[in-house]
Structure formats: C-alpha cells, structure tokens
Design a protein around this ligand. Structure first.
Ligand SMILES: Cc1cc2nc3c(=O)[nH]c(=O)nc-3n(C[C@H](O)[C@H](O)[C@H](O)COP(=O)(O)OP(=O)(O)OC[C@H]3O[C@@H](n4cnc5c(N)ncnc54)[C@H](O)[C@@H]3O)c2cc1C
Length: 306
C-alpha cells in the first residue's frame, strides 16, 4: 500500500511527486506515454523560471523526473485504465488488471490541444503550427501569423501576437466573435489585425516549415492561399478526464473542479495541472498546482495517522 499514487507524469504530476516524496510519502507516479507530458513535446521553453536562455522540453521533463526520483518518488510507465476513488483505499487498475493502491491519490491527467484535423497539421506542428501563443508567440517577430478561433482565447492570442508579428490574421468560421466585448473592441481597433469572417482553414503547406495557408469562405465557397509563417490554433483543449467522469465533479468542458488546496470533493483525492478548471494552463502553473497537491496529500496522510 502506497501513501500517494499520482496519475500522470507531466509537470503537475512530477512536481506533486517531488513534494509528496520529500514530505516522506511513499509515492508512485503512473505515466502512460512519456515523462513531461505536453511540455516534453515542445522544443524551446522560454517562460519557465530559472532558465534565462530557455530550456528544451525533453530536457526539462528529464530534470523534473530525476528531481522527483532523487527525493524518493517511484515512476512506472503504465496507463491507469480505471480508478477507484471512493473509500479509504484509492486504486488504479492497469491494462492487465493489476492494481496500484494508495491512501491518497493525485490526478495530474493533463489536457490536449484541440486540432483542426488537417492533413499536414501534425507534420508542421512545432514548425510554424502552434497551439499555444503564450508559449511560442515570441518566435514570430515581424512574421505573418494566423489565429484560428472566435472565443476569448483566440482573441487574447491575436492581441498578444500583435506584440511580435508584423500582421495577425484572425480566422473565424462565423460572422461574429464569441469573445468578450472588451476584447472584440480591441481586436476591431487594432491596425495589425486582419479579420477573415465565415472562414475555415482547409489546407497547410510547406516543406520544412509552414509556408502557406488556404482559407475557404463558408458562405461563398471562395478559396484563397496566403503566405503564412505561423498558425496558432485556439479552438480549445480537451482535458484527459474521461477516466474520472461520473466519479468527480467536472465542468461542462470536462475539467476537474478543485478548491485552492487542490482538493476534490472526495477526501484524499487531489487534482493538479491542465486537467483542472483554471485560468492559465502553463508549466509554471501546473508545477505550482502539483506542489500544493503534494503538500496537501502529505497533510492528509498526517491527519490519518494522528
Ligand atoms: C506544443 C506545446 C507547447 C507548449 N509550450 C509551453 C511553454 O513554452 N511554456 C509553458 O509554460 N507551457 C507550455 N505548454 C503548456 C504546458 O506544456 C502544459 O500547461 C503543461 O504540460 C501541463 O502540465 P500537466 O502535468 O498538467 O499536464 P500534461 O503535460 O498534459 O501531462 C499529463 C500527463 O498525464 C498522462 N496521463 C493522462 N492520463 C493518464 C492515465 N490514465 N494513466 C497514466 N498517465 C496518464 C499523460 O500521458 C501526460 O503525460 C505547451 C503545450 C504544448 C502542447
């Protein structure tokens, strides 16, 4: 029986492991793919504190994992297929039916960006195609960039990108934005932003990097192919929370609800990182959540033992 079982080995899960293990808990992280989660899939990370020259995603992932392991946390490559959260013993059931059991459990399941589903999208990801303007915007100084989406994130991304890009094209499938009025006002007034209403991206091209984007007007069917250095897809993220649906409160988009101590409604079950309902999904906020969750798991186990 472990003290703390962590599901997900991204920045949230690995930081939770660091805190829980350093707090003396017998801690195991289960990770279904690779350590570092989404952070490991990006090349240069320039906004994680402590790395003035930036750090490569895989390197940060390795550092986070080795720091947690140095504190005594164990790491296992396995997918939690099912979870049993209620009751004093929390369990993860692995594909072969094996169980990992603990007195506390931290959900650090993460999220995935929603993609456009275009043929060349995966190939050009990280080569002009991005799902995170906050992360990658600074790489597009004086460039021609496109943002797809019509909500608050797309509007904020477009405004943010005007700090770097020569021109920002905002592509939206409808004839009105869903974004907050205050953002819309700024968008309409901004000299660097070009709006493409009723439009969808139908093709991407470029050999080693994104070079061109094809837009189609949904009302007229007219197509145009434009030069493009960057494409920021801002049509939402998908939390990896199906595994807890029905056991825990989720918001309408599927994000886990937790309090500011990272407690869910089930005693002994905590949540951290991108899988949570929260305003900013970044490595630093995932790590911060993980720290609180690991520390709370330690307090919870301490109370059980008192
Ligand atoms: C391309 C890209 C670039 C980015 N660049 C930056 C950047 O420059 N700066 C920045 O701050 N942020 C960046 N981000 C965002 C950042 O990576 C995330 O906010 C952060 O990784 C979230 O951490 P997390 O641990 O909550 O979730 P994730 O990183 O998503 O990790 C969750 C982990 O849980 C695992 N998992 C899920 N379900 C299970 C299960 N059932 N069993 C076992 N394991 C499971 C997943 O495999 C995954 O490894 C970027 C994101 C992307 C996609």
């Amino acid at each position: 029986m472990l003290d703390c079982l962590i599901i997900g080995g991204g920045p949230a899960g690995l930081t939770a492991a660091l805190y829980a293990a350093r707090g003396g808990l017998d801690t195991l992280v289960l990770e279904k793919t690779f350590a570092g989660g989404q952070a490991a899939t990006t090349s240069l990370i320039e906004n994680y504190p402590g790395f003035p020259k930036g750090v490569e995603g895989p390197e940060l992932a390795m550092l986070l994992q080795s720091q947690a392991e140095a504190m005594g946390a164990k790491f296992e490559y396995a997918q939690a297929e099912r979870l049993e959260l209620n009751g004093p013993v929390k369990a993860a059931i692995l594909p072969g039916g094996e169980r990992r059991e603990a007195r506390s459990l931290i959900l650090a399941l993460g999220a995935e960006p929603r993609t456009l589903g275009l043929a060349d999208e995966a190939r050009l990801r990280g080569r002009g195609v991005s799902y995170c303007a906050t992360c990658d915007g600074a790489f597009f100084k004086d460039k021609e960039v496109f943002v797809v989406g019509g909500g608050d994130t797309a509007a904020e991304d477009a405004l943010f990108l005007t700090r770097f890009a020569a021109r920002v094209h905002l592509v939206h499938r409808r004839d009105a934005l869903r974004a907050a009025r205050v953002l819309q006002k700024r968008i309409f007034a901004h000299p660097k932003i070009v709006l493409h209403w009723d439009s969808v991206v139908t093709a991407l091209s470029g050999d080693t990097r994104l070079e061109k984007i094809t837009l189609q007007n949904r009302k007229t069917g007219a197509e145009q192919t434009l030069p493009a250095d960057g494409l920021f897809v801002a049509i939402g993220t998908i939390p990896q929370t199906e595994i807890v649906r029905g056991q825990l409160a989720l918001d309408e988009a599927g994000y886990i609800l937790a309090d500011d101590h990272m407690r869910t409604e089930i005693p002994g079950v905590f949540a951290a990182g991108d899988a949570l309902q929260k305003p900013l999904r970044q490595i630093v906020t995932a790590a911060a959540d993980g720290a609180v969750a690991g520390w709370q798991a330690e307090s919870y186990i301490g109370e059980l033992e008192d």
